[in-house]
Write a protein that binds this ligand. Sequence first.
Ligand code: MRU
Length: 335
Amino acid sequence: MKINVGNEAKEMRAVWFEDGVVKLIDQRKLPVKFEIFEAKSTEDVAYAIKEMVVRGAPAIGITAAYGMAQATLQKRNVEEAFQMLKNTRPTAHDLFFALKLMKEKIENGEDAISAAENYANDIIGRCEKIGEYGEKLILEGYRILTHCNAGALAVGDWGTATAPIRKAHRNGKKIFVWVDETRPRLQGARLTAWEMVQEGIEHAVIADNAAGYFMRKGEVDMVIVGADRITKNGDVANKIGTYEKAVVAHENGIPFYVAAPISTFDFSLENGDEIPIEERREEEVLYCRECRIAPQESRARNPAFDVTPAKYITGIITEKGVFKPEEVHRLMGVD
Ligand code: MRU
């Protein structure tokens, strides 16, 4: 992705491997500060995933792949590294997909660093393909709503939900993006809006509870979101609040698309009820950044994801085409 740091325009990814170190754009700090986090050990990589220095399903998978390569380079026990990285976040399937693939390749004696680089390039390439298929769904003048950050930061480059948006913009279509702020961690307001600024795409940040208002007024032409896990029947786990957006889009006859590469599909699960949903610290809800916004006495609940039933999803945009949720299992072969 092209980003502007100070007066300099740079082409860079959200995560990369350099001199044995896993380097990450620190997504906790954006947009206020642009900092690079250096993960020098498996513990550092696990910390970066758990504490959301890096987040977004495909980017978590790529980071874990580099983490496995680093562990091999440092002659650490591969099984221990695998377990440590696996126990970081439970919902995004990409983490487990990447770890399993890397473990198999390392055990087969393949070069771990090349395997991790190939994994990163492959997933990013698949997301660019998502962009090509998804772009065709976006018509001139479309106003597209997205939730959370399923952007280049969440993949490494291109994004999933934002890949079609970037392609449409680069192909000269006039588009507008509604960016849900995405409480509690504000991935929309902080990260998607930052990406839209970098790419020069017209957009507005809205409070999470404003989406229905704009949908009902006819100011949203389509919704595109990412996914953390998609099950055999086409149910989708994504950032908390996605389910509500899908129901309201359905009520208003607005097409609701999910964009995801193969690493996000978990066909071992029949439906969304089987997806483990991460529940994070209550402080993320009780505070907004460093400021406490609820009474000291109040408690909170903080599920990080919800499940959108397949019946609310118009189509799933993949690197192999756009499929109906009920067809996705049949049409997405794993290769
Ligand atoms: O908790 P996060 O920020 O990791 O959640 C991210 C999302 O829910 C994204 O929409 C999803 O991972 C798709 S990223 C291309």
